[in-house]
Design a protein around this ligand. Sequence first.
Ligand SMILES: C[S@@+](CC[C@H](N)C(=O)[O-])C[C@H]1O[C@@H](n2cnc3c(N)ncnc32)[C@H](O)[C@@H]1O
Length: 438
Amino acid sequence: MKPGDTITVCAESLSRHGDGIAQHEGREVHVAGLLPGETGDVKLDYVSRQRLRAHGSVISRRNTHAGRRPAPCKHHGRCNGCAVMEMDVPSQRELKVSELEAHYGLSVDRVVASDDDGLHYRWSAKRVFAGEARSLVLGSFMRGTHNVADMSGCLVDHPDITAACEELVAVANDLGAAAYDELDESGDLRYAWLKTDGRGNVLVAIITADPLATLAHRIAERLELPAGVAWGVHSGRGNDMRGVTIRPLRGRQTLAIELCNELVHVGPQGFLQPNPKTAALAYHDLVRVPAGGFPHGRVALDLYAGAGITTKLMRERFEVVVPCESYPESARALGIKPELVEDFLAPILADPHHPHRSPDLVVANPPRGGLGAEVCGQLNQLKSPRLHIMSCSPASLHEDLQILTGSAGAYNLIQCRAFDTLPQTAHIELVAWLVGKG
Ligand SMILES: C[S@@+](CC[C@H](N)C(=O)[O-])C[C@H]1O[C@@H](n2cnc3c(N)ncnc32)[C@H](O)[C@@H]1O
């Protein structure tokens, strides 16, 4: 196999980027434009020398997936955000379930979602500024490149976010602001981070490269739609903005977000689920047992508590609920010191008489990397009668479950449920219910 060859393959599954994955002569071939079950004639663009991997694009399809549709978004193809948009939403959900089984052996009892069309659900968005002064756009990096795809009118954004992005671009262009260019390290505007409470109130954080000659202040003065504008400087490479100090420029700096009948307060950098409506359905189930009953008891631990919704929900049923969260802004809102779960659990495990040594329920909602071996080991020692995990990564959940439910593990997995928090993408959120082996 070499670049330029044409081969005929049938896609068996879909990559997280939306490419069909087929097998051919012992190689995994990733094909843009082929859905699982579709056979096509494919031109090879790239054949890896290091790995048994090749990439190609479809020239002609010999059959069509029953759920195939034209992508409803004008940016599809350049913007890589919505990898499975060329399938209707029911087919996307079917595919996500079958991929969970095929790759991770995880079977779910159902897929829960808060909508049928899978559009306008994102309450938070991170965008990159790009383009020439006076014709800037806000968008996202195209896969594997430093080129930015325009995302104006993004169909999965909440209308509040769409409107705030439009106004921000218009004001920045009117003032002649320059987008930061990472290659020659010139320009000013880098990123915009937007959040809404779903009721018309938007927080905008503008991240610039230049601490002095920035137009952020003037932009903030001119913006009329956001309830609050904040500003931070990120002069280094990469796009991790968590370490950036954000200062208020104008208006309010927190949003009161209602989820599961509870209010949580989120600042410009605080954690907000991108799709809070569907996430709320997941939180609801996370603190209950699979059949819907609400466990109760004396002590519960809420690990990776973030905005604190699950802490509040559990406080209805447990005498003591102890949250743990490492991000300072979120920890402050929870009234606790910022702490890593590893450090939080260590003293509890070291002291047999620790007041939190025998929790009746442990809830954990870790970031993408999952709990990891150390925390899984600690949870095995803790031997809680119930452990409920919410996960945004089936791969890391699968790894954690090997440790928690394997021969040395202290738990049995009793049920798993999927939540379609990011329709149009290959992403799926999971809740896994475990009970202690004892
Ligand atoms: C997926 S979010 C879940 C947050 C929360 N359950 C919610 O839904 O609002 C993960 C949270 O864990 C925090 N975090 C990440 N690594 C951590 C660690 N090692 N120890 C404690 N908290 C951590 C992050 O700051 C983030 O708030």
